[in-house]
Design a protein. Sequence first.
Lengths: 259, 308
Amino acid sequence: MSPLLQVERLNKRFGGLQAVKDVSFVLNAGSITGVLGPNGAGKTTVFNLLTGFIAFDTGDVRLDGRPLAGLSPYRIVNRGLARTFQLARPFLGMSVLENVEVACLAPRVRRAGHPRARARGWLDLVGLGDKAELLADVLPYGDLRRLEIARALATRPSLLLLDEPFAGLGAGEIEPLAGLIRKLHRSEGLTILIIEHKLREFMQLVETVIAMDFGEIIAIDGPSAIVRHPRVIEAYLGKGELIARTTNDHATGARNGAA
Amino acid sequence: MRLVRADWLAACLAAIVLAGVPWLFGSGYILGVMTVALCFGIWAASWDFMSGLTGRENFGHSLFIGAGAYTAGFLNVNFGVNPWWSLIAAPLVAILFGLAAGFPTLRLRGPYFALAMLSSAAVMQNLTIIFSRYTGGQDGLNGLEPMLDSTLAYYYLTLFFLVVTTVGLKLVANSSWGTILRAIRGDEASCQAAGINVTFYKIASLVISAACAGLGGALYAHYQLQVGPDLFAVILSINIIIMVYVGGIGTIYGPVGGAVLLNVLTESLRVFSEYRLWVYTLLLIFILFFAPQGLIAPAWRRIRRVLP
């Protein structure tokens, strides 16, 4: 497999705080990877650095071998790296369909024609087809997440970054959304990078986990191995409930693997 | 948001009514009031195109109006150029002003754009007084030539440009371009994440808005046959914003209706003589309190729902 995204020694300092320190990793095309870490570990900052919303101090990011340093966010999207936000940010006052239509007008996909029809297709894919004419303002939180994903997909990314897609969702909404992400990965062949806290669903979804703490990568490993990594346990130490849950998840994961 | 046949019919009807005004009310006085009202219509529609759609309130629209009007004045009075050239030169100069104002200010967030535009217009107003040797100072430039000898013909020329700018801006506003501008109003970061070059669209729409305002400024100048520093005044921008809100923001046609309505209202309130401003202000407060979405656009939406 060829590396789709290469991140090398990424650094970002906010005043006295080293928010991201020497972060390096590689994502292969077609992979699905998670970023794990306690609050304030620098996960979202890494996303903001990769997508150009915040400029990094030093380091190198390459998508398909082309450097992304210094590009503004919309240019990076048009190179094929799309994202969703942790807090869904719809275009208020516009219909769900129009929300996605905007992304169909990005230069990268503009020439594909019929933005409205394409937007409808993306809404069908994420399961919002029957809500196309509603105002985005009235959508419940779970649907807003799907809308965010549809809008990102509409730019036809080669790499999709999902910032805590499960945060704030009810128990009944998590599994269908995880199913959607799995479908995007398996049937659409999309390369995906996810930040998440909700360990259970997350661990079943990803192939590789990048664990972060205090702005640094502390381990990169498979989902079952990462939870036994001493530095990961240390980062979560004191959160006994979490560790108990992950071991539990590990058991479920193994069962699924056997089946 | 698609323009349907009813919209076109209503637009034709409105244009016919405006075209019939000189025949219904023969007086030159009313013709003058209506010519000015049509200029305000162009200014309100052009303000709405940029600010109404993207939500970046421009408190210095008079910058472009004054730039257009003074361009007409300079060319005609100082250089003796044929007045018709103003119709090309004024929008071009206004575009330059739009670029000069847009590049540094549209990158700013929050109220800075509004404040920067407001102060640019105020600065230009003072510059016309400082460089009074060229601009005529407080008296402005006098003795512009009329484009057409007949004021009736000039009314129709102004009406023609109002129709062209309104229809043109409305078509663009209803196209994918308009969708993007409304998305910018919604959330700039999301727009970036959707791969849209937000800065480009904001500057381009300001430039289009400026060009139309400049054209309106030139038309106004050749109607008044005089240009003065008041054309850069902040109160002019604010009056236009009020017209937009009374008509219905973000709809292009609503602000045109609002402009005509408020100009006619101002004139018809002359019977109240010194209490005129009181009555006018009270009426405005009532309108904006009871119809915060404006009058014209919501009314038309309601009518259209009833139509087959």
